[in-house]
Design a protein around this ligand. Sequence first.
Ligand SMILES: [Fe+2]
Length: 197
Amino acid sequence: MPRSDDLQFFLDELKTSIAKCQPAHEIQSATTLAFQRLETLGQEKWSSNHSEAPATAWLEQAIKTAKAGPTGKLADALENLAPKLFWQRRMDRPSIHPKWPNSHANSVIIGDTGLECRNDVRIGVSLLAPYTIYPNHQHPPEEVYIALSNGSWRQNDGFWQTRGAGGLIYNPPNIVHAMKSNSDPLLAIWILPLSLL
Ligand SMILES: [Fe+2]
């Protein structure tokens, strides 16, 4: 059975949007690997939209703003998928901020708990309410973000780097990194090619 139209459209728009943003070599290399793997289908699961994350109250506004910007078609594709997404909170990411539990939401699109179940690529979306810091974390796979909104990203103890819609961010394996929203909700898609053991 082929991949569903909504999911394929989203992946096509993701690939096109990254290519349009003139990716640096390491981003091109990581995303080329991910999209090559995605030429083989994983197991698609159908789920009804549900959420364990109050921050999804910001989703409509974030998508509406993104649709009017340079990643508008990617935002359209994400909007098409929205009825199937399962939004969760990352309570394993320690934060000292009392609003953290209700001010962020993550949804896996491709991956072990995503709409397409597979273990070689992980793709998902993060949403932050305004003025929220997604705290420092690290993981072995390298990671590429594409911003669909304004936001800021940081590695180690470096300065916050602000990106607008269409901005790309590359996190090498195991680097400590964080992101934060400013006055707008932050919407960003992340891509991790996973190591195959
Ligand atoms: Fe990360």
